[in-house]
Design a protein around this ligand. Structure first.
Ligand SMILES: Cc1cc2nc3c(=O)[nH]c(=O)nc-3n(C[C@H](O)[C@H](O)[C@H](O)COP(=O)(O)OP(=O)(O)OC[C@H]3O[C@@H](n4cnc5c(N)ncnc54)[C@H](O)[C@@H]3O)c2cc1C
Length: 545
């Protein structure tokens, strides 16, 4: 491999490294699997990315496959940011805001920019990018695009797909394309190209036409979804065509993003926040359904359960002191309104309090900055679970992102408690009540054979349960290696076959992040399970939230 590294170093302006220490550093991400790369590349420009792709394509044509894995900050929870070949690390150099249009609010960025940095910059212009993940302080926008990330504001504003207008993408052979919605006429023109780009448009359009019925039927009954490839919005009824929604959420398996144009929206920090304290889980579902009927959607509807509060009380007794009191409520839901019109906020908040009173649910309502921050600490205290460890026992991200139809929310919570009970594990739940998207991480010790076996049993049962409820294996964190084996079960054989064909059209030699998302079985990932779990590699990006 050193010959390859040497060749690349001679041709790239960014650094190319392959020391054992660095390869080890990049052999893990935020997930439970490990794959050691051969080379680490720090691309300085799009031209560097093109050269790497072109080089690996040429080698692949001669039968030697060196995978390329794009990497942001490596916070991925499904082990999608590790790979056995060249890992392209974007935050080092390709981390700039290239343009900000004060009029439209559109921003053009390089993929390695830290999400939090972009958000702070946008705030100074009175704007923000709503689908930010809770990891934004230490993750990149490129990673968010590749995962179709979302977060606490998604309930009102949507996910990453709803905000990215166009992309510059390096294809498997090193060609660069610019994606955006094309008219029928523009599509015809593209299809006439003799390049890989032309082939993509021809083959994909043909595939979508041939499988129209299958694709039309692939929509899951969930409010957001990051599993699989999003084919539904590529070709619209009017004949327009856009590769952008497909590339978003594709985890670097179809192309490598080198630039993105993203829309932003006005930011209003003068919000109204209600914390509702539930004693009965059944009531939560009906109250959420009532709130959803309001003419104004809450900008957030987030939850934590009593087990999380007990966990915090046990391990960090001062963290929520004075914010919540014992005995803890079964569930706390934070409901926020951010409408620019204060009167609308007031009206909506009043209607929510009416709904809560009718359901016998106690609550507090805050509009003062400091008091709201205190309440938000309840939800953000989940970070303490994620970073908790007792020796080798760690909170493992293995079943951390399932989402179900909203009318199954109560059944979902109940089934999660039963699953943890069955395995004698302590559970704490937090997440997005409005989206019925829950996060939880069982405490297990990956150095113990018994716990290693439990990992796969729990995974199997949990994903079968979520799929059985008509949900999706991933609301926001995407498939990676972890959830990839369940894609066929989730979408069915016919859709899965279309996914495989999509992958083959974009990546005929399998150089783009192989082992992630598509064509992955449980047997492929089992040997990759780590013997310890930590996110120490994120140490320099702290704080974690
Ligand atoms: C504590 C914690 C909380 C989290 N909370 C959330 C949350 O609220 N919502 C959420 O959605 N996620 C969440 N995540 C998961 C993850 O942090 C996010 O999805 C984040 O956006 C990933 O960014 P990253 O820079 O770390 O990407 P990485 O982990 O480096 O990469 C993620 C994926 O993107 C691909 N990729 C990276 N750059 C490119 C590129 N330029 N071109 C093509 N592909 C690329 C990688 O190959 C990989 O497949 C959380 C993770 C942790 C550890």
């Amino acid at each position: 491999m050193s010959k390859v590294a040497q060749y690349l170093q001679e041709h790239l302006s960014g650094e190319v490294m392959h020391t054992p220490a660095l390869r080890k550093y990049f052999s893990t991400d935020g997930g439970v699997f490990t794959v050691t790369p051969s080379i680490i590349v720090y691309p300085r420009s799009e031209s560097d990315v093109r050269k790497v792709a072109r080089f690996t394509w040429q080698l692949a044509e001669r039968g030697r496959v060196i995978p390329i894995t794009a990497r942001g900050s490596g916070t991925d929870q499904g082990s999608a940011a590790v790979g056995s070949g060249a890992v392209l690390v974007f935050p080092a150099h390709m981390n700039r805001i290239l343009e900000f249009d004060g009029k439209s609010g559109d921003v053009v960025i390089e993929p390695g920019i830290n999400y939090g940095t972009l958000q702070q910059t946008l705030h100074t212009h009175g704007r923000f990018l709503p689908p930010y993940p809770s990891s934004m302080a230490y993750s990149t926008v490129g990673g968010a695009i590749a995962n179709n990330a979302s977060g606490e504001k998604t309930f009102k504003y949507g996910d990453t797909r709803d905000f990215v207008k166009s992309l510059r993408v390096v294809l498997a052979n090193g060609e660069v394309i610019e994606t955006k919605r094309l008219t029928k006429r523009e599509l015809s023109k593209k299809k006439g190209l003799t390049t890989l780009e032309g082939e993509l448009y021809r083959a994909l359009d043909g595939l979508l036409e041939d499988n129209k019925k299958i694709i039309d039927g692939m929509n899951l009954n969930v409010s957001k979804n990051s599993a699989g490839y999003d084919l539904a919005d590529v070709k619209r009824k009017d004949g327009s065509f856009d590769l952008t929604p497909l590339l978003i959420g594709s985890q670097g398996t179809l192309g490598i993003v080198t630039e993105a144009t993203i829309k932003t929206v006005p930011h209003n920090s003068e919000t109204t926040l209600i914390a509702a304290f539930f004693e009965d889980l059944q009531v939560v579902e009906s109250v959420i359904q009532e709130i959803k009927k309001l003419p104004e959607t809450p900008s957030a509807m987030e939850l934590v359960d009593e087990n999380l509060l007990k966990f915090i009380d046990e391990h960090h007794p001062n963290q929520l002191k004075g914010v919540v009191t014992k005995p803890f409520h079964k569930l706390i839901v934070l409901i926020e309104f951010d409408n620019a019109n204060a009167r609308v906020q007031k009206k909506m908040a009043k209607r929510v309090t009416k709904i809560l009173t009718k359901a016998n649910v106690t609550y507090v309502l805050e509009t003062e900055e400091e008091a709201k921050e205190e309440l938000w600490r309840i939800r953000h205290s989940a970070a303490a679970v994620v970073s908790h460890s007792e020796g080798n026992i760690k909170a493992l991200p293995i079943i951390e992102d399932g989402i179900v139809p909203s009318d199954k929310f109560h059944d979902y919570i109940k089934a999660c408690y039963e699953l943890f009970d069955k395995y004698g594990l302590k559970i704490a739940i937090w997440g997005h009540a409005g989206n019925a998207n829950l996060h939880m991480q069982p405490f297990l010790d990956l150095s113990q054979v018994g716990d290693r076996q439990k990992v796969f049993k729990i995974i199997d049962e949990y994903y079968a349960m979520v799929i059985g409820m008509g949900g999706s294996t991933s609301g926001e964190h995407n498939d990676g290696r972890l959830r990839a084996p369940y894609l066929k079960q989730l979408y069915g054989e016919a859709v899965y076959t279309v996914f495989q064909k999509v992958k083959l059209i974009f990546d005929p030699y399998g150089t783009l992040n192989p082992g992630v998302k598509i064509n992955v079985t449980q047997d492929d990932v089992k040997p990759l399970l780590r013997h310890e779990y930590s996110m120490e590699h994120l140490g320099h990006h702290l704080p974690r939230t």
